[in-house]
Design a protein around this ligand. Sequence first.
Ligand SMILES: Nc1ncnc2c1ncn2[C@@H]1O[C@H](COP(=O)(O)OP(=O)(O)OP(=O)(O)O)[C@@H](O)[C@H]1O
Length: 622
Amino acid sequence: VPMMVSKSSGDLWEEILAEEDGNLDRGSDFGNSLKPKEPEITVLYRRRKCQNPSKDVVAERRRSNSSSTSLNENRVSLVPAKRVSWNRSLSTRGRTSITVEAFVGYQPQQRKSKRKGKPPLPKGKIIQTPSFDKEIAYFKEVDSFELLEESPSPKRSGTWLMGVQTDKVAIPHLSSVLRKWLIAQKQGCGPPLSLTKILQTPAVCKESVSSALRTLEDGSLPIHPSLSIQNRINFSSLSGDFSIRPSAAERCSEKSCEDIQVAVGKLSLTSYHDSQDGLGWDPLLALLTACGQSAPSTLLDVLLSYCDSENISKVGEGTFGEAFKVGETVCKIVPFGGDFQVNGEVQKRPEELLEEVMLSCTLNRLRRHGDDVLNACTSFIQTIDLRVCKGHYGAALIKAWEDWDGKHGSENDHPKEFPENQNYVVFVQEHGGKDLESFVLLNTDEARSLLLQVTLALAVAEAAYEFEHRDLHWGNILLSRKGSETLSFTLEGRKVNVRTYGLLISIIDFTLSRINTGEDILFLDLSLDPEIFEGPKGDKQFDTYRKMKEVTDECWQGSFPKTNVLWLQYLVDILLLKKSYDRTSKDQRDLRSLKKRLNGYGSARDAAADPFFSDLFVNHES
Ligand SMILES: Nc1ncnc2c1ncn2[C@@H]1O[C@H](COP(=O)(O)OP(=O)(O)OP(=O)(O)O)[C@@H](O)[C@H]1O
């Protein structure tokens, strides 16, 4: 008989602990077409102890890690042609810097956060100080698990790593690089975007920009709207459903190709240089290029292309982003580049936004379906458009912000403070629903499907891009009831359908994520922000950061799919401890058994084959 169990149930912990002693693993009596390849993982994870490593030691460690590695044989090989080391330091809630070390000797700036030691608190919510006594007792045994070996970084790195050979890099000319890139995009071949190429592009070189400035003394932007490459780039670099974009026929026409070449030729003379800050290249121009723009738009111009001003409403906020519902979409507005703090944080730099743009575009590619697609899923939030904007917020947005503030109490600064020259990136995304923290789950079926969808999404992204989310707390999983009874995933060429019970998940916020796009490895160097590991002991979220640190041994650029498993274990904890829904004692035991078995898995892909999920798969296809 189902019973309602809530986190406040008085005897839950005693019951859980008593049941744990019985160790009621369900074992392997579940059929599953995604059986782990090896029932037991025997290879031990190499731990390297290094007390208080200096930056040099860390750098050396990175080099040796990246040069002695191999890709998991079950993955699509994505050995990058070049390696870019993107060292990003983290504030308590996000990226604070990104270093293109191939080009500059950037010294990362540590940010002082207003929320020390508590990064991803959802905004506008009253947080009660929890008591962790019983949780600590329960999870003691979990903390002592053995770490398993992870698949390390791809081979052939080094050229770009840690500033090596900076002065020997031959930087191709803007026009040739961008032209090749754009044409490749238009023809549907090659990666969606390459940071390497964008940032190799001397569009962002001082010399190039200066000469462009001399050529265009008035500094005006030469691209006429009729030649705009914006739509074409965005369309081709973001896979998925883009009904508002030009047709495929238009994109593939000869005329279009010529337009792109003309536009690129002119783009090389574009003179946006106001965020050059001694780096030797212009990150704002690179960001504009990546978003397919020659100049920033205004916020309202972008938003009003999706709905009328009276239909804009705010749906959520983070430390860096304000999210607005705009028609059927959500626009996350992230200010960047300014020299004053926003919400108590130093503003993100254009380089950081560039990388987030890259991550979003790359994950978008997983949405493609077709017979030849090896890995596909729709569980990462769909990015519909990406735009660089500049200027004031505008009356409609201010009103939406103030309405939300009146109802929820914003923790963010009032956006009317933004000056006229404020820059933003707007991430136009599908509406993913409510985050797990505030979503009301109905029953165990929903909870199990949620877990499986997250697991499979991570498994698919692992297989395609060595993706690790690295921050999958309950604010970063959105949920909606969209009615579909089953959902398809393609994992390593096999299509599987899973029961949803009407629930769909969307994973957001790739701030801490690590990805191998095939050309670039993007990651956040958490070693530059030790605060994140200093959160309260017993808090599952912070314990997970610490476990990630153990697993990665602070080599954050490496591929350690085990981190995905750690977040799955965190999610099981959340479902056991923080969420209330109809469930039986057996349901709880099953969840706890799953959590134990997760100790033995090295990746989300392994976890997806766990018997816990067996009966959620329908109609397996090979
Ligand atoms: N696509 C979306 N659909 C629905 N709601 C969204 C969407 N994107 C963001 N939100 C809402 O906005 C909130 C903030 O978004 P997000 O976490 O991406 O911002 P952020 O500034 O990057 O956060 P952080 O402070 O963790 O860096 C989310 O918790 C969610 O409530």
